[in-house]
Design a protein around this ligand. Structure first.
Ligand SMILES: Cc1ncc(COP(=O)(O)O)c(C=O)c1O
Length: 362
């Protein structure tokens, strides 16, 4: 069971096995032992992403995935579509704009989902889109967008499907090949149960083909160099060895539990939290049809101040709960339940939340 009361949506608590792995002594970074560990990790990651293609693991935070996916598949001035429903979808669009892409930005109401119907309409209205930028689990609202049903639609419009799975991967299912995802990225500090510091990117064949035409200059995040080095069991620059040992230990824990059992646990915990907070009078930010099982964003009951709830959860119960992001700052809260998180952790969180809420209701 988790030893901390870190209930924010990342970084998440670290299992003892991961902490232990981080004490591994350094060796020459490209020796045979290290390559074997890293190659095994990459094979596990391919399985966890549902792909027989490529996964690369590189130094970087989740946000480096925004840049990696864009610069390796596109050229300045290319038209891309970013339909967002929260803070991270908007960030993907902003990064694309900063890089000089021609971004068709559609911002949906926060809490709603980017459904197939919405996407179909916008794609029809915007011919010539080269890529769709999509957020799987929108961490700011707790929405899980239906990425499993949009691949064919995106490809029928001649576009690539690029997916931010930072708060999804390792916690809720990903089937890259079956769903037609061309590139998908995540960060080590969420459901992967590791500290921040690694970006994990799944890459399909279409993305490799797009790479051949992509004219963005790049060095640190060049896909071909990364994929070639990955085949050799290493990274283009000195491997972040400690982090890779940590992620290997986490991947072994996922395999020991069973990937589907990990997903089932997240589904159970997600439902448990949503039921618990609703009973206390909180309202989900997310449309109930599209909830994420890794994070729950909630509005407090009338008369209860979100900032005060967060402060008392911390000062009186030692529990860190996430605040609202962007336009939800001060209005909503976010409970993380991904990675190394179990039922007793969340029971304690809900008991504390009940006490704090009752105090504030007066
Ligand atoms: C969905 C999503 N995308 C991107 C990011 C950015 O990740 P990082 O802060 O590791 O750069 C986050 C971080 O919370 C996230 O939740």
């Amino acid at each position: 069971m988790a030893a901390t009361d870190l209930r924010i949506p990342g970084p998440t608590p670290l299992p003892p096995e991961v902490l232990q792995a981080m004490q591994t002594e350094m060796t020459p970074p490209r020796n045979a032992e290290f390559r074997e560990v890293f190659s095994e990790l990459l094979a596990q990651m391919r399985r966890f992403h549902g792909t027989s293609d490529t996964v690369v693991v590189l130094p970087g935070s989740g946000s480096s995935g925004f840049e990696f996916t864009l610069v390796n598949t596109l050229s300045p001035g290319d038209k891309v579509l970013a339909v967002s429903c929260g803070s991270f979808g908007e960030r993907y669009a902003s990064v694309a704009e900063m890089l000089g892409l021609d971004v068709v930005r559609v911002e949906l109401e926060w809490g709603s989902a980017v459904t197939t119907d919405v996407l179909a309409k916008v794609l029809d209205q915007n011919p010539g889109v080269k890529a769709v930028l999509y957020t799987y689990s929108e961490t700011s609202t707790g929405v899980a967008n239906p990425v499993h049903e949009i691949g064919a639609l995106v490809h029928d419009h001649g576009a690539l499907l690029l997916v931010d799975a930072v708060s999804a991967a390792g916690g809720i299912p990903i089937e890259m090949d079956a769903w037609g995802i061309d590139m998908i990225f995540s960060g080590s500090q969420k459901a992967w149960m590791c500290p921040p510091g690694l970006v994990i990117v799944g890459v399909g064949q279409r993305a490799f083909e797009a790479y051949q035409q992509a004219k963005f200059p790049r060095f640190f995040f060049d896909l071909k160099i990364a994929a070639d080095r990955a085949k050799e069991g290493t990274t283009p620059t000195t491997p972040p060895m400690t982090m890779i040992y940590a992620l290997k230990a986490a991947a072994d824990l996922i395999d020991a539990e069973g990937l589907n059992n990990v997903y089932d646990r997240h589904a159970r915990l997600g439902a448990f939290v949503r039921r618990g907070v609703s009973e206390l009078g909180y309202r989900l930010v997310a449309d109930e049809e599209y909830v994420s099982d890794t994070v729950t964003a909630i509005y407090p009951p009338d008369g209860v101040d979100a900032t005060e709830v967060l402060a008392r959860m911390k000062s009186e119960h030692g529990i860190d709960v996430g605040g609202g992001l962007g336009k939800l700052q001060g209005k909503a809260m976010r409970i993380g339940h991904m990675g190394y998180t179990h039922q007793p952790d969340l029971e304690r969180t809900l008991t504390a939340l009940s006490e704090v809420t009752n105090q504030l209701r007066g």
